[in-house]
Design a protein around this ligand. Structure first.
Ligand code: SAH
Length: 356
């Protein structure tokens, strides 16, 4: 039993079953035993590998897309260059290196990282040593200024709730206790305003997920972008509207039961982009169509960039580079499962790669 499993068992015995969202929040961010609070989970030795850790091309191309947006909007200065959940800081480092070629961009940028984990802030500090970045704990603390932002695999780590469609409304799936074991159990059905719009495309027995904490975060970004200008690029796995149980745990690159080792496995769920787009539009910002990651990177010129980098490589390093290109873009790897959404001011053109 992990220390968090013992804590959950005591809590459920005393107060009754808890929502998946409460369980997930504790598992990921508990200050002592939480997954992100206690380790650096990325890379081959870790539990999973993300796009910026696969290849420098990912951050380079997203950085240049943001810089083009900055040029299109008349080079506002100063502006905030921000990232939500920067992991190891690799994506930001690649963005900063690639955009050095854009005159005035780096001088006008105030780099801000939104990171909840103290352990990962430390890793980011090492990666971005000389870049003069600052850290905040939540999107609400972002400066009131033009905002150019990227978020990769951030929203999939936010706590979700799950509901099963029932005759009389929706039954929440709750984390309960069976003997000493954590199990999922259905709460009695009740109507739910937040899922009213899903009555049309679901049937009894279907599972639907909501991610409440994502909405105020997107509102904070979109309000600044609508008011001061900027662009937010959100990349994650998921789709416009999810259906079914997408909650998953990964440990050492292997899927496992999300209730098996609380605090020791990475927990994520597919991101539902429709509610994010709605929240952004409600603040007066514009949203692009959802673009598959492979299509976006091709439009941004990944094949040309890959060729250039390949020219300097040989042997195993060349093979790894070719495999990384494929992994980021191929429909059977990350190319189709991962999607990107851009939030911009209504009056500005979408960032490159986002217009059909
Ligand atoms: N973007 C990185 C890492 C993704 S993992 C990459 O692509 O490699 C998720 C990141 O979000 C981690 O840095 C984690 O600590 C951070 N995070 C998770 N929940 C958060 C929250 N509520 N507020 C701020 N950061 C959070």
């Amino acid at each position: 039993m992990t220390p968090l499993a013992r804590q959950f068992a005591r809590r459920i015995a005393r107060h009754g079953p808890m929502s998946i969202a409460d369980y997930m929040a504790e598992c990921l961010l508990h200050p002592e035993h939480g997954y992100y609070a206690t380790r650096d989970p990325f890379g081959r030795q870790g539990d999973f590998i993300t796009a910026p850790e696969i290849s420098q091309m990912f951050g380079e191309l997203l950085g240049l897309a943001l810089a083009q947006s900055w040029l299109d909007q008349g080079r506002p200065s100063p502006f905030t260059l921000a990232e939500l959940g920067p992991g190891r800081g690799t994506l930001m480092a690649d963005m900063l290196r690639a955009t050095r070629a854009v005159p005035g961009f780096r001088q006008a940028a105030r780099v801000v990282l939104v990171e909840a984990s103290r352990a990962l802030r430390q890793v980011q500090r090492q990666t971005l040593e000389d870049e003069g970045v600052s850290w905040i704990g939540a999107a609400a603390e972002l400066p009131e200024a033009p905002l150019f932002l990227v978020a990769n695999e951030f929203f999939d780590a936010l706590p979700i709730r799950q509901f099963t469609r029932a005759e009389g409304g929706w039954s929440e799936r709750l984390v309960a206790l069976e003997g000493e074991r954590l199990v999922l159990k259905l709460a009695p059905p009740a109507p739910l305003a937040a899922l009213e719009h899903r009555l049309a495309d679901t049937r009894p027995g279907d599972i639907v997920e909501t991610c409440q904490p994502a909405l105020p975060i997107v509102s904070e970004l979109a309000r600044r972008i609508a008011r001061h200008g900027g662009a937010a690029l959100i990349v994650d796995y998921g789709g416009w509207r999810s259906l079914g149980d997408t909650w998953q745990a990964l440990r050492a690159h292997r899927p496992e039961d999300p209730l098996a080792n609380p605090g020791e496995a990475d927990l994520t769920a597919h991101v539902d982009f429709e509610p994010l787009a709605r929240a952004a539009r409600a603040e007066g910002a514009a949203c692009s169509a959802l673009v598959p990651q492979g299509v976006l990177l091709e439009r941004l010129g990944i094949t040309e960039r890959a060729r250039r980098l390949a020219a300097g490589l040989s042997g195993a390093r060349l093979e790894a580079h070719v495999a990384a290109h494929r992994r980021l873009t191929h429909p059977q790897e990350m190319g189709t499962l991962f999607k990107a959404l851009a939030i911009t001011p209504v009056a500005s053109p979408p960032p490159p790669g986002f217009s059909a």
